[in-house]
Design a protein around this ligand. Structure first.
Ligand code: ZN
Length: 212
């Protein structure tokens, strides 16, 4: 769940550093050794590390789209590629938790918005699929049912309490995805949260209670 913290994978980070190295090598003073060697190492016949690094998807995308490559354009392209990768993963049936997270790469506000430690813990555990934790726990209110996420949504009447349409599969995740990604301004936009945020915290508290 690196997407919660906007952290790249090791491969993505390596490609970013490689692209920055290639950019630096293209802007070296003319009397440096690497600058003198560039006409040779840029050829495919040289079989050089420089040539191999230039075949990374990030560097090729930067070359294809930007007139002049800069550190800024490299970072922007890297973020664009990470968003595309996230979209592919969200579309895959094996990433069910990811489909309920935000569709773009950003720091999830549940990590930094003001709330108590317990509330943040419950929000994170809901995101990570740890609350409810596993399918072996029985719902104390319905002893013949397992405390799964779908049962918890029905059992705690989340749609009704959060004032969400029944067509939304996971109303709690849907609401968490609507939390502001920047510090909210004192406008009327924050008004709906005065009702829904306490309801969200109460639902997660009850769910935590049912699980234990
Ligand atoms: Zn129940």
């Amino acid at each position: 769940m690196l997407n919660l913290t906007k952290l790249p994978t090791m491969t993505e980070k390596a490609q970013l550093l490689q692209a920055q190295f290639l950019l630096r090598s293209l802007n070296l003073p003319l009397d440096t050794l690497l600058s003198r060697l560039l006409p040779h190492v840029r050829l495919s016949s040289s079989n050089s590390n420089w040539y191999r690094l230039s075949k990374s998807s990030l560097w090729r995308q930067c070359q294809a789209t930007a007139d002049s490559i800069t550190r800024r354009s490299i970072r922007q392209m890297s973020l664009k590629l990470r968003n595309e990768t996230l979209a592919r993963h969200r579309a895959a049936p094996s990433h069910t938790l990811l489909t309920h997270c935000r569709p773009t790469v950003c720091i999830d506000p549940i990590l930094w918005l003001p709330m108590t430690q317990c509330e943040r813990s419950r929000c994170l555990r809901w995101r990570l699929g740890w609350l409810p934790s596993d399918y072996s726990t029985v719902c104390p209110l319905h002893p013949n049912r397992s405390l799964t996420k779908s049962h918890a949504i029905q059992c705690l009447r989340m749609h009704h309490r959060l004032m969400m349409l029944e067509t939304i599969d996971d109303p709690l995740s849907f609401l968490l995805n609507l939390l502001p990604t920047r510090r909210p301004k004192p406008t009327s936009k924050g008004t709906p949260w005065t009702i829904r945020w306490p309801a969200t915290c109460t639902i997660l508290f009850e769910l935590d209670f049912l699980q234990h």
